[in-house]
Write a protein that binds this ligand. Structure first.
Ligand code: HPA
Length: 273
């Protein structure tokens, strides 16, 4: 497979040549508007995606497209500022490929983040939600096709988001006085935002937040044995819950406004690993 285990090993080798071979304690994936965390990483080696074999170069506005390897809260981290979305036309296996690469670098834990619409009616712009579970409504799975070496045919998904890591996030949130909810993230293909009828459907299905990412990489991360933690930043009430139209510039702006809280949360989390 183009974005399988062998390709990930080759990408990891190219990254190690630039950034050194020390294993990261944590891999971090930053969502729309949340790229500011990368600036907190000390002794950083910054690698543009175009220089990573298997990574397409360009991404979406609000997404940087840089892999940053360095130290956060005294721990070695490998941080992706920008991801590959299926709505860009990328296959699910490519959307999930960074998880394979970060695993090949030796990271045992992956922290994923995203901007999301609030389906839970009490959610509003700026709310943070740790992801307890997800619903895959992208209608594809990055693991279809031949089984990659090291993968299983039928990976268990009964605990996709690690309970101990979630508890750790809540403990850091309490210590840092960062309000942190918990809920179910639903991944849709995009690139349109949802209709109000779709949001009512998602509410019925048990979703608390909705977005266009995260699910592919979490599926692969679990299949290859990484522990997963995740946080959604609610940038807007989902369609129909608020009369306001949803627009990407606003999504990115809310991300930037919430950045300080988000960064304290993630930094505290990484420091506790
Ligand atoms: N829907 C889907 N994705 C999103 C949203 C939304 O309302 N807001 C930010 N990302």
């Amino acid at each position: 497979m183009t974005w399988g285990a062998a390709a990930a090993r080759a990408s990891a080798e190219a990254i190690r040549r630039r950034a050194g071979s020390e294993k990261p304690a944590c891999a971090i994936v930053l969502g729309s508007g949340l790229g500011g965390l990368a600036a907190r990483i000390g002794g950083a080696v910054r690698i543009p995606y175009g220089d990573v074999p298997g990574f397409p170069g360009a991404t979406v506005a609000g997404h940087e497209g840089t892999l940053v390897v360095g130290t956060l809260a005294g721990r070695r981290v490998a941080c992706l500022a920008g991801r590959f979305h299926m709505y860009e036309g990328h296959p699910a296996a490519l959307a999930a490929f960074p998880a394979r690469v970060l695993h090949a670098l030796g990271a045992p834990v992956i922290f994923v983040s995203n901007a999301a619409g609030g389906v839970r009616r009490s959610f509003g712009p700026g709310d943070l939600m740790t992801i307890a579970d997800h619903i895959n409504l992208m209608w594809v799975n990055p693991l279809t096709g031949p089984v990659e070496p090291g993968d299983e045919r039928f990976p268990d998904m009964s605990a996709p988001y690690d309970a101990a890591l979630r508890a750790q996030l809540h403990a850091v949130a309490a210590r840092e006085r960062v309000p942190l909810a918990e809920g179910v993230y639903c991944g849709l293909l995009g690139p349109t935002y949802e209709t109000p009828a779709e949001v009512r459907m998602l509410e019925t299905l048990g979703a608390d937040a909705v977005g266009m990412s995260t699910v592919p990489e979490v599926i692969v991360a679990r299949a290859i044995g990484m522990r997963v933690a995740g946080v959604s930043l609610v940038t807007n009430k989902a369609a129909g819950i608020s009369p306001e139209p949803i627009d990407h510039a606003h999504v990115v702006a809310v991300g930037k406004a919430a950045a300080e809280r988000f960064e304290r949360l993630v930094t505290g989390f990484v420091g506790g690993l």
